[in-house]
Write a protein that binds this ligand. Structure first.
Ligand code: UDP
Length: 442
């Protein structure tokens, strides 16, 4: 495998969507290029080993299930390019050796960021160590993008909607770097060919009843327990497939309720395509991953809530295109189910779903990545973008003392960079692919 070109997907397991996006593109790459490409998917924030940052997945779990206003507060507080630059540089100072370690282990020719908060860590590392890999970002939010998605270091920024494109333009991304493709939905969704009845049979659930899939992202955020209990009380004749994701507590509570044989409670599942195929309506938070999967599977959606400000615009996307309903409270979800079940309304909504979103987003992106691998390695200018004095002053006087540019340069010079080597490692037999260049001592 040593000669094989390598792609590193840098993600963070905050929720399930970023990994799902990377998995989707990786699966499409496998279909297009087989084993001729090595693929690594790494939670880069966890790899930094910087306190708080490495705990991003569990912090996101807590904030999105219990402290949503705090999550939104931090979103707003950090939503500006300069602010993101500054905060990332502070993290970078503690994280860069661990990031280099990941790069040494995976030796990528191409790094693809699928998470807004890892972008600058990659760009900074590439510049400081003069590494020759290509760098792209794949945006996995649909409308309300955080400013951290706008990263000038990336050669290309791949976005899933016109709204996302517009937002990044406004954040100063040059037109030449922006590419619009479909959302990276895993090919297993479009490849699922079984009928609704067959899917139900293979899940071992009842074949006849009208079926609702209730899900709330990878962490099972929001008020799933109350929603399921109330739905069952209002519609005992309907079948409910409930995915609680990583929320073990709510799974256990619901299982204890003994809601009868038409209510099926699952934990974290790996067969979402089958569960969607078996369902008539999908009730979900406004997570971009689940929404796009539902639309690709042509199932009407009822959106319960936006978990975080980055999901707010997704609700408009559903409503503007009449792809379902938005019901932020259980009281409103109950009648919305009845309305959407009405055969005429159901048929009209299903028809609109047919061409609503591109179904081959993962393949479009995979093709772009393969093209990128054919290009000559980028010329990377050396130098870490240091925070300006005025930027640092804004953070705190104490930090200013510790991080003045002179000291910073000295520190970086003395850091334990990997050993100098004369031979940069070539990828044998693949001269058209860019070689991995080892980091050098400063
Ligand atoms: N997902 C999954 N198994 C589960 C729950 C969720 O595979 O048990 C997947 C789901 O299909 C989607 C992703 O996790 O691809 C959730 O992404 P979304 O953007 O909807 O929400 P997030 O979890 O990122 O907040």
């Amino acid at each position: 495998m040593g000669n094989t070109p390598s792609i590193l997907f840098a993600i963070s397991d905050t929720g399930g969507g970023h990994r799902a996006g990377a998995d989707a593109i990786a699966a499409a790459l496998k279909q297009l290029a087989g084993d001729s490409i090595q693929i690594h998917i790494v939670d880069l924030l966890a790899s930094t080993d910087v306190p708080m940052v490495r705990d991003a997945p569990s912090l996101y779990d807590q904030l999105s299930t219990r402290w949503l206003p705090v999550f939104d507060f931090f979103f707003q507080l950090t939503d500006g390019r300069r602010r993101v630059d500054l905060l990332t540089q502070i993290v970078y100072l503690r994280a860069h050796r661990n990031i280099v370690r990941v790069l040494e282990e995976t030796r990528p020719n191409l790094v693809v960021s699928v998470h807004p908060l890892v972008n600058r860590l990659i760009g900074n590392t590439r510049r400081q160590y003069r590494l020759s890999f290509h760098f792209l970002t794949v945006v996995t939010d649909l409308v309300s993008l955080h400013a951290a998605w706008a990263d000038l270091d990336a050669e290309l920024c791949i976005v899933p909607t016109n709204e996302a494109l517009e937002r990044l333009r406004k954040e100063g991304m040059p037109e030449s770097k922006l590419v619009r493709t479909g959302f990276p939905v895993h090919p297993k969704f479009t490849a699922y060919v079984k009928s609704k009845e067959e899917a139900r049979a293979s899940l071992g659930v009842a074949r006849e009843p009208f079926t609702l899939l209730v899900t709330s992202g990878g962490v099972g955020s929001g008020n799933l327990r109350e929603l399921v209990v109330e739905l069952h009380r209002a519609y005992p004749e309907l079948q409910l497939l409930v995915v609680t994701g990583k929320n073990a507590a709510v799974r256990e509570e619901l299982q204890k309720q003994g809601l009868g044989e038409l209510v099926h409670i699952y934990g974290f599942v790996n067969n979402m395509e089958e569960l969607m195929a078996a369902s008539d309506i999908i009730i979900t938070k406004a997570g971009p991953g689940t929404l796009m999967e539902a639309l690709v599977m042509r199932r009407p959606v009822i959106v319960t809530q936006a978990v975080g400000m980055q999901e707010r615009g997704n609700i408009d996307l559903v409503l503007n295109n009449e792809l379902g309903a938005f019901c932020p409270t259980v009281d409103r979800i109950i009648p919305a189910v009845a309305e959407l079940m009405d055969p005429e309304r159901y048929a009209a909504t299903s028809e609109r779903l047919a061409g609503a979103v591109p179904r081959d987003g993962a393949f479009q992106i995979a093709s772009l990545l393969l093209e990128q691998l054919q290009l000559a390695p980028p010329r990377v200018r050396r130098g870490l973008r240091l925070p300006s004095i005025s930027d640092l002053r804004q953070i705190s006087r104490q930090r200013l003392q510790r991080l003045n540019p002179q000291q910073l340069r000295l520190r970086l010079r003395n850091q334990n960079a990997p050993k100098r080597t004369r031979s940069s490692r070539r990828l044998p037999g693949t001269t058209r692919f860019s070689p991995w260049r080892r980091p050098r001592d400063k």
